[in-house]
Write a protein that binds this ligand. Structure first.
Ligand code: PLP
Length: 367
């Protein structure tokens, strides 16, 4: 299998990493639809690992600069990290994280399994105080749905000074734009369902740990095997195929997101735009420092919940749907999940359609 090369750019790694290398091998790992393998080889029983998961993990690991472990969903990957904590431990979470993880923590808290302590992670002083007694710092940058950018280097340094591991949900950034391990993250989490798969046709997740953390990687693999949170061969195949074009897709989405965000700022029906590519956005400078681009996710507010619903009912190209990171432009009024987002907030995953077509659709819907 092709190995990571430190010199190559993300776009090159995305195409090459995890490729078979033997004479006569296919250029890419095909799906191996098997649960059982002849004893004595690299694969054994599919819940412990397959050629398909190994190829996906090699590619994602190369992109993140660590060891990737594939999961059936992003939530399964999140649970594998949280389940590693001792009973009664406190997880310090950034106030804006994916609502599914927040709900999982609430469920664990209701059984005294773990405690969720939330902090405004843009306030480093507050984080410093709140880290006292925490067993894990859980952050998401850029965040869902406020596209808030957090200071990876400072947060990881604060946690490291207290020997507290840090999990970074990097789903919105993708490894094309951000590599949290380089800033000291312990775990990088992905919902591969989103940009990595990229075509709204699969569910998968991943946890990536540093190359030097072999023991941590083993623990994550062990929990995946014990919980049975293993991805199927077709999913791994499709996700790897998604990785091959991820850099191009992300670049296109991002270029359009920048144009759309700038136009939305000047739109009379829009009261606020959240996009780190805007110079006025509070996360702009941080994003410039720690990401190689601003990504394809933006959020904006209209006057009210009703107006947001009316706008989304009028779009013809932009699809009203909850997931994100696909080739299609998708949007939703985020507060329908009751997660405390501003009521008129529309979260918008910018697809790879022509930007003028997207704008025409959005502008007409906003009238
Ligand atoms: N993290 C983020 C930022 C997400 O947006 C999601 C899903 O929307 C998840 C994690 C969970 O991933 P999955 O839906 O693949 O379980």
């Amino acid at each position: 299998m092709a190995h990571a090369n430190d010199i190559w750019a993300a776009s090159t790694l995305a195409v090459t990493a995890g490729r078979p290398t033997g004479p006569g091998d296919p250029l890419n790992q095909p799906p191996v639809l098997a649960s059982n393998f002849l004893a004595g080889g690299a694969a054994d029983y599919a819940r412990f690992g397959t050629p398909s998961s190994a190829a996906f993990e090699a590619a994602l690991g190369a992109l993140e600069g660590g060891q990737a472990v594939a999961f059936s969903t992003g939530m399964a990957a999140s649970a594998a990290i949280l389940e590693g904590l001792p009973a009664g431990a406190t997880v310090l979470t950034a106030s804006n994280i994916y609502h599914g993880v927040r709900t999982l923590l609430a469920d664990m808290q209701s059984r005294d399994r773990l405690y969720d302590r939330s902090v405004d992670a843009t306030d480093l002083r507050a984080v410093e105080t709140a880290l006292e007694g925490a067993a894990l710092l859980w952050i998401e940058t850029p965040s869902n749905p406020l596209i808030q950018v957090l200071d990876l280097a400072s947060l990881c340094a604060l946690a490291a000074s207290r020997n507290i591991p840090v999990a970074v949900d990097s789903t919105f950034a993708t490894p094309v734009l951000q590599r949290p391990l380089e800033f000291g993250a312990t775990y990088v989490l992905h919902s591969a369902t989103k940009y990595i798969g990229g075509h709204s046709d699969l569910m998968m997740g991943a946890v990536v740990t540093a190359d030097e953390s072999a023991e941590l990687t083993e623990q994550i693999v062990r929990r995946r095997s014990l919980h049975g949170a293993f991805p199927g061969a077709m999913e791994c195949f499709l996700a790897l195929r998604g990785i091959r074009t991820m850099a191009l897709r992300v670049q296109q989405s991002e270029a359009s997101a920048q144009v759309l965000a700038e136009r939305l700022v000047d739109h009379p029906a829009v009261t606020r735009v959240f996009y780190p590519g805007l110079a006025a956005d509070p996360g702009h400078e941080l994003a410039r420092a720690q990401m190689s681009g601003f990504g394809g996710m933006l959020s904006f507010c209209v006057e009210s919940e009703d107006v947001a619903d009316a706008v989304l009912a009028r779009t013809k190209l932009i699809v009203m749907a909850t997931s994100l990171g696909g080739v299609e432009s998708t949007a939703e009024r985020r507060n329908r999940w009751n997660e405390g987002a501003p009521t008129g907030l529309i979260r918008f995953s910018v697809g790879i359609e022509d930007v003028e077509d997207i704008w025409a659709d959005l502008d007409a819907a906003l009238q």
